[in-house]
Design a binder for this molecule. Structure first.
Ligand SMILES: Nc1ncnc2c1ncn2[C@@H]1O[C@H](COP(=O)(O)OP(=O)(O)OP(=O)(O)O)[C@@H](O)[C@H]1O
Ligand SMILES: [Mg+2]
Length: 378
């Protein structure tokens, strides 16, 4: 950063919940914020100075967003690479578009990880039906995932036997390519968040332990309850990936702890992450403030664990007649509520989250679960 403090705004491509929370953190540090999102009613709309309604790959709109900005970043992998390259003519784009280009294609990401010696499970990249069928025959029970555009389990299907082949083939329609991943017998899922500033300073958060239901994250707790040696290895892998990708900003590494003892990278996200919302309560510096510090080249904040915490996602399924009555949930000690101000609730859509702190991450999770249960009671 140069010049007077916060003299120029921060530009964010994507105004979903992660963009909104990044924007709030930027504001807390005194910065103005511009956001670009295709939806004029996106979650960031109420917390930004300027909202540009345009596609995430609109070259002209993103180039304009960058003019006069301190830095450009993105909250979503679908940000267009050509548009970010154009933005880079006017302001630094962090993380680098070239790193995003690798990450936004599952096949390219896995090939990059394997080439750089980072552990991934058995997989095949497939572009047509014969290759898909061959991969399924070779790998057995699998997850087939479209290379681009998937999130929250969308754009992927689980194949247990030949009955599921049709659903897998359907993922290739329209010329889409996919990866076929062998289904792993998971002991646990964890994620590691690395912050790497544009000056090269690195901070690694304590790993979070995660649980998915129906392909969507249900809960996450920090710290993870796994042997220290596994957690240290996970942190070392994540740190090495952030360095190899030359990340300036945040990198989240999702990992599988397999029952046979292997620790494998599931996928990467060069941005804040759902599983690290608990950092807001658990750590000295939240992931969002850290992300802003990192892209501005400011000193990174402490990632020290202050108190264990947990997250439970609030999906649109609970919005049967408008938002649930949250008062009972808020009566549970240690529980806090975040809503994203989405105008429309849909099944599976993330509408907000609950956080809770506790003496241990198990206790924090029990509080989140009690809070969710209190919502079910009507
Ligand atoms: N190869 C695998 N073996 C076992 N479980 C898997 C495998 N791939 C995916 N899963 C399960 O499905 C979940 C979602 O997979 P993945 O992370 O690829 O999807 P996503 O749509 O990118 O999800 P998100 O947006 O929540 O990160 C994983 O967290 C895990 O629970
Ligand atoms: Mg994932």
């Amino acid at each position: 950063m140069s010049g007077a403090w916060a003299a120029t705004p921060i530009a964010i491509v994507g105004g979903g919940q992660l963009g909104r929370l990044l924007a709030i953190a930027a504001r807390t540090l005194g910065f103005g914020v511009r956001v670009l999102d295709p939806d004029p009613f996106c979650p960031a709309r109420r917390v930004v100075d300027e909202l540009v309604t345009a596609r995430l790959d609109d070259v002209e709109a993103i180039e304009n967003l960058a003019r006069g900005a301190a830095v450009v970043t993105f909250e979503i992998e679908a940000a267009g690479i050509a548009a970010l390259d154009a933005a880079a003519l006017h302001a630094p784009v962090r993380p680098r578009p070239a790193a995003l280009a690798i990450i936004q294609d599952r096949a390219a990401q896995k090939a990059w990880l394997a080439q750089h010696g980072h552990p991934v499970g058995p997989y095949r990249a497939v572009a047509d039906t014969p290759a898909l069928d061959l991969a399924l025959a070779e790998l057995g029970a699998s997850f087939v995932k479209r290379c681009r555009g998937g999130y929250d389990g969308r754009g992927q299907t689980r194949v247990r036997g030949t009955d599921d082949f049709l659903a897998a083939r359907a993922l290739l329609t329209g010329g889409a390519s996919a990866v076929v991943e062998q289904a792993l017998d998971l002991e646990a899922e964890i994620s590691v968040l690395v912050a790497r500033s544009s000056r090269g300073e690195i901070a690694v958060y304590p790993p979070a332990q995660n649980h998915h239901e129906g392909g969507v994250l249900a809960w996450s707790r920090m710290p993870a309850s796994l042997p220290a040696s596994i957690l240290a290895e996970a942190c070392a892998i994540a740190r090495a990936i952030a360095v190899d990708l030359d990340i300036e900003g945040l990198l989240t590494v999702e990992l599988f702890v397999v029952r046979d003892g292997r620790l494998l990278v599931n996928e990467l996200a060069p941005r804040p992450h759902n599983t690290f919302h608990p950092t807001e309560m658990a750590c000295v510096t939240s992931q969002f403030e850290q992300g802003i510090r990192a892209i501005l080249g400011l000193p990174l904040g402490s990632v020290e664990l202050v108190r264990p915490a947990a997250l439970g996602n609030l999906l649109g399924d609970r919005w049967t007649n408008g938002p649930p009555a949250f008062a009972r949930a808020l009566a549970i000690p240690g529980v806090r509520l975040h809503l994203y101000e989405k105008r429309e609730a849909r099944p599976g859509r993330k509408m907000g989250h609950l956080l809770a702190s506790g003496a241990t991450s198990e206790e924090a999770l029990a509080r989140v679960e009690a809070a969710l249960k209190s919502l079910d009671a009507g």
